[in-house]
Design a protein around this ligand. Structure first.
Ligand code: 3PG
Length: 308
């Protein structure tokens, strides 16, 4: 029987991306099922019940979803971060979970600079702001997005630093970026810091008062990673004390209303995560996900499996 592949996206892909995914799926002789902008978890549970594969974005795949997916063999997160997938549940139901690393990285990196210019030009309020040229940018985690951020930052004439506990200094410096040895050094050195860490047990709440206190005067924190990595209580305390500090984010924090009320002139969040919301990123990540699914069923390829 032909395989059924579900696209389950609360935040839909661009139409071009869906068309590209459909081409890959139908060329393989499979059937595409589309669930977009769903409002109730039950819709996802119903949709997953009779499919063999699923392509998702930040959609939550928890124990209930895996229990409902009786035929499900593979779920591919079209994107980088897979903290929305319960990997233990995937493993215990015999489902292969994958991501598509790098496919939407440029889109996220470009947004970093959209947010940075907006913030340092005082949110376009008409007053004199500052420029990126010659400023020190700290890239917190030098993965696919971090590398793209470095490439663009060089075009702006920034002095680029990075910290990544999983990479050697040589690996970072060969790309013309200054490697620092500790995370504290990154925050002490750089006026602008851009977060590219995943949300893991180690990183959650790790951007805390102590770390932020290291930042030089007129610092800016850019978050296009995950809201969970910020200690929400402590960043408020820090912003109350450091009236020179600005915080812009692409992931609306749990305490968004409090931040707006207290720091309207120094804080901004996009209404909905926009980093990967480009036609190009949707197409790259979506088609990569579709190809990975076909390659998994046809050839047993598990290259991008994350629940090893
Ligand atoms: C990712 O992890 O790939 C990005 O955060 C994009 O997430 P999204 O597909 O939910 O926009």
């Amino acid at each position: 029987m032909s395989k059924r592949v579900l696209i389950a996206t609360d935040k839909p892909f661009a139409a071009e991306a869906v068309k590209g995914i459909r081409n890959v799926i139908e060329k393989a002789g499979y059937e595409l099922v589309l669930l977009e902008k769903y409002t109730e978890k039950q819709q996802l549970l119903d949709a997953v019940a009779d499919v063999d594969a699923a392509i998702i974005r930040s959609d939550i795949f928890d124990k209930d979803v895996f229990a409902a997916g009786k035929q499900l063999k593979i779920v591919v997160r079209a994107g980088a971060g897979y903290d929305n997938i319960d990997l233990d549940a995937a493993t215990s139901h015999g489902v292969c979970a994958m991501n598509t690393p790098g496919q939407n990285a440029n889109a996220v990196a470009e947004l970093v600079f959209g947010l940075a210019v907006y913030a340092i030009r005082n949110f376009y309020n008409g007053t004199s702001g500052t420029e990126l040229l010659g400023k020190k940018l700290g890239i917190h985690a030098y993965g696919n997005v971090g590398r793209n951020v470095a490439r663009i930052a060089k075009g702006f004439g920034m002095d680029v630093y990075a910290f990544d506990p999983f990479l050697s200094a040589e690996a970072i410096e060969k790309e013309g970026v200054k490697a620092v040895k500790t995370v504290e050094e990154l925050y002490t050195t750089c006026q602008y810091v851009s977060l590219h860490i995943p949300a893991t047990a180690e990183t959650k709440n790790s951007i805390n008062y102590d770390l932020l206190s290291k930042l030089p005067k007129k610092a800016l924190l850019l978050n296009t990673a995950r809201k969970e990595v910020i200690n929400e209580v402590e960043i408020v305390k820090f912003m109350e004390e450091r009236t020179d500090f600005k915080y812009v984010t692409d992931i609306k924090p749990g305490n968004h209303d409090e931040l707006v009320a207290k720091f309207a002139d120094r804080y901004f969040s996009t209404p909905k995560k926009m980093g990967a919301q480009t036609s190009e990123a949707n197409t790259n990540a979506g088609i990569a996900a579709a190809n990975q699914i076909v390659d998994f069923f046809e050839n047993g390829n598990e290259r991008f499996k994350v629940n090893k």
